[in-house]
Design a protein around this ligand. Structure first.
Ligand code: SF4
Length: 445
């Protein structure tokens, strides 16, 4: 039944996987005739898609959910729902049940494909529904989706994670690894391309450990490089990205596939987390600093224009000044194009949270500042080597304040340049005129 007047708002916290899930929630609501509303106060359906990686994420969420009490009292038909990783935690669900009676729908990460059924039931009965499953029942079913950008999108290739890094809650809330069949992934990408998509991002917590069957009837199991190679051959697909890679599983075959396919983007996000072997072991990461450096060497040898980005955690339990110096040394040796830096913070439910050698916050802050300075110096140096070159840019948007177009290089660097809005969604040549750290100023050729 179409319901043209009604609006929805989806508020997304966390990673690319959640962003992709939110596109699916939006797809279901648009299919039902809802349109995107202006804000959460005035929209008829409001869904919070939560993240629980950081300890205090719930405070931010509860503030916003609490604010909606008044608009729910004024509009008795309004539906506020909460889903995502935080809802896999029993304590959080109990808190919402007790303190936020205006929340009418709660579901978790394992039954997102039931969203349409759940929302229909709330709409029909106007009663609260709480449905959170402990574990996934196979691979989620196909769902409609409303893309944020018409020309690019994410495609889940796998769900969950088996790695149990000691600081991370993800395996507990997203469950064990499940890979989709190659056929279902390729079919989805072909549909996206027919619909105007030129760039896809293959998504998984650890894409390198992908092990999906060719199709439902086949016994053949594909590796990630084999899947990536198939994806790159989809007719009309101009760019392929993937996220995230775990260093322990990054193979030579993967580097070969990236090198041999022009449409495979030359960007690898390879979270290192620490440069100290002792800390890496305590984090349960299964590689050493030496191994990481040798992977980077191989990547740089085979892919000269590649950008390598990473994540680093400062102040993991037991980290000494010597351990931290190893991290600084690694950053200087690798010359990352970008580093996402995090101060370690305890996450209840993880092994690291109960380690008794937590680092003093003052020391963590000092180390963090030193890390930022090292990162800044190195990334500026990296981008300067591209100045003067003509490179292809996927035009993504027009920045209202600057009045310029913004696009991305294959290696994920941003470029700002003068041009007409009609270019958004196309891939064009741009000359890089000036390096400004994480972005360039350029001129359209
Ligand atoms: S690989 Fe480690 S950090 Fe990444 S999702 Fe899995 S457990 Fe968390």
């Amino acid at each position: 039944m179409k319901n043209i007047e009604k609006t929805y708002k989806i508020i997304t916290f966390g990673c690319q996987m959640n962003a992709r899930d939110s596109e699916k929630l939006a797809g279901v609501l648009e299919k039902k005739g809802y349109t995107e509303g202006i804000d959460e106060e005035t929209s008829d359906i409001v869904i919070f898609n939560t993240c629980t990686v950081r300890e205090n994420a719930n405070k931010r969420l509860y503030g916003r959910v609490g604010h909606l009490k008044k608009s729910c009292a004024e509009n008795r038909d309004k539906i506020v729902g909460i889903c995502g990783c935080m809802m896999q935690e029993t304590d959080e669900v109990e808190t919402i049940k007790k303190k936020y009676p205006h929340v009418k729908l709660i579901f978790g990460t394992h039954n997102i494909d039931e969203f349409e059924k759940l929302i229909d039931k709330v709409l029909k009965d106007n009663e609260r529904i709480i449905e959170v499953l402990d574990k996934a029942d196979g691979i989620e079913k196909d769902m409609p989706s409303k893309r944020v950008y018409p020309f690019k999108c994410g495609v889940n290739i796998m769900y969950g994670c088996d790695n149990f890094c000691t600081y991370c809650i993800v395996p507990y809330v997203r469950g064990r690894e499940r890979s989709r069949t190659a056929k279902s992934i390729i079919d989805e990408i072909k549909r996206d391309v027919d619909d105007g998509v030129v760039e896809v991002m293959l998504l998984g917590q650890n894409v390198n450990s992908y092990k999906g069957k060719l199709d439902d009837d086949s016994d053949k199991v594909l590796t990630f490089p084999e899947l990536l190679s198939m994806v790159c051959k989809v007719d009309g697909l101009k760019r392929v990205r993937f996220m995230t890679s775990h260093p322990k599983d990054l193979s030579d075959e993967l580097i070969d596939v990236i090198r041999d396919n022009n449409n495979c983007c030359k960007h690898i996000h390879l979270p290192v987390q620490s440069g100290s072997d002792r800390i890496l072991e305590s984090m349960n990461r299964h590689y050493t600093k030496e191994k990481y450096l040798s992977i980077v060497d191989k990547i740089r040898r085979e892919l000269p224009d590649v950008a390598i980005t990473t994540d680093v955690i400062v102040g993991f339990p037991g980290e000494t000044e010597d351990d931290f110096n190893e991290t600084i040394d690694l950053i200087e040796k690798v010359n990352f194009d970008s580093v996402f830096t995090f101060e370690y913070s305890k996450r209840t439910g993880t092994k690291a949270a109960s380690m008794d050698n937590q680092v003093d916050v003052v020391i963590v802050k000092k180390r963090f500042d030193r890390l930022l300075k090292t990162v800044e110096k190195n990334s500026r140096y990296n981008s300067e080597k591209y100045v003067g070159r003509v490179m292809d840019v996927l035009v993504e948007s027009k920045d209202r304040d600057m009045g310029k177009l913004t696009g991305r290089l294959s290696n994920n660097y941003l470029v700002h340049f003068e041009g007409d809005e009609s270019l958004i969604g196309s891939i064009i040549d741009v000359k890089l005129m000036k390096a400004c750290g994480f972005y360039f100023e350029g001129e359209k050729c």
